[in-house]
Design a protein around this ligand. Structure first.
Ligand code: AKB
Length: 318
């Protein structure tokens, strides 16, 4: 088989996707690429690893050619709060980086997975049951870049026949790595704080309801969409996918069931609060369910239990 390339390999999704792909397709068929020379996870010692700045098209081209890549999971991207802090860099990495990947994919006939996000919606999108096709006028650079990415992927399929596929991910909760610079990061930080300090100060207000997903479901969504027969897909890119929707208070209450002494306080960060306030409460993911059988396995209850179990083992090992 032709190999699989994962860009953004050291990020929150890449960290979990790479072992899953290696298990499924064999280690020698997966190439990890990240911007760090020596990732803390030691990824460079666990198989093929390349340092890659996706803004450099020649570097993208070299890797795809050298490793005979057939499928690209293009995850390299700045998250929402980081993108707001440096919008120019966000455009360069998130849009120009994707454009480079699509251009090389076009020439070398690769399939491309590219994740969009709940950030592709904006304050004028319907907040509840947000349809897959609706008003998208995001007010953040992250969102502007995500909508551009969705359209670019559609364009490369329609005009060049590149097999592009993608989902709109909600906030991802993972015990394997911590997200950096996102608006939904609180939903990961809270678990570390609950186990280590029994208290957490949240940067979003208590009522901010957002879509979320546990990492095993996110990894399964990406792989399942890439594997489904093309004929089943009416849409290709920007599938809404979600598995749960909650506010910080609701998550804290669920954690309290396991750690009764845990408490939460709030110190709102206006930048991240404004971003969160422009995003949906809950997306409608019926198109993904109908077209490729998307079905989440974790709800808030089972996610919290598993997170606390896995993270306490991890923290004991450190
Ligand atoms: C972020 O918060 O920026 C991301 C996302 C929802 O896309 N986790």
């Amino acid at each position: 088989m032709k190999r699989i390339l994962v860009t953004g390999a050291t990020g929150q999704i890449g960290t979990a996707l790479i072992p899953a792909l290696k298990q499924k397709y064999g280690s020698s068929n997966v190439v990890a690429a990240g911007h760090k020379k020596k990732p803390e996870s030691g990824l460079q010692d666990k198989g093929y690893y390349e340092t890659l700045d996706v803004r450099n098209r020649n570097a993208v081209k070299r890797i795809i050619k050298e490793y005979e890549i057939g499928t690209i999971y293009h995850l390299a991207s700045l998250l929402s709060a980081k993108a707001e802090a440096d919008p120019q860099l966000a455009w360069d990495v998130n849009v120009n980086g994707l454009h480079n990947v699509l251009e090389v994919a076009r020439n070398r006939e690769c399939k491309v997975f590219h994740p969009s996000s709940i950030g592709a919606f904006g304050p004028t999108s319907p907040r509840d049951n947000t349809p897959q096709t609706t008003i998208q006028r995001p007010t953040t650079m992250y969102g502007v870049a995500k909508v551009t990415g969705e359209l670019l992927c559609d364009y490369y399929f329609q005009h060049y026949g590149v097999d592009t596929r993608g989902v709109r991910f909600p906030g991802i909760i993972s015990h394997e790595s911590v997200p950096v610079g996102g608006t939904t990061d609180y939903a990961v930080e809270i678990f570390y704080a609950a186990l280590q300090e029994k208290k957490y100060t949240c940067f979003l207000n208590q009522e901010t309801r957002l879509d979320m997903m546990y990492i095993p479901d996110a990894i399964r969504a990406a792989i399942e969409l890439m594997e489904v027969e093309e004929e089943k897909l009416v849409d290709r890119n920007a599938f809404n996918v979600t598995s749960m929707s909650f506010s910080p208070t609701e998550l804290a209450n669920e954690i309290k069931k396991q750690i009764p002494e845990f408490s939460i306080t709030y110190e709102v960060d206006p930048v991240r609060q404004a971003i969160a306030d422009s995003w949906p409460n809950r997306m409608d993911d019926s198109a993904a369910r109908q077209q490729w059988g998307w079905q989440p396995r974790y709800d808030m209850d089972s996610m919290v239990q598993d997170m606390l179990e896995k993270l306490s083992v991890k923290l004991q090992e450190v």
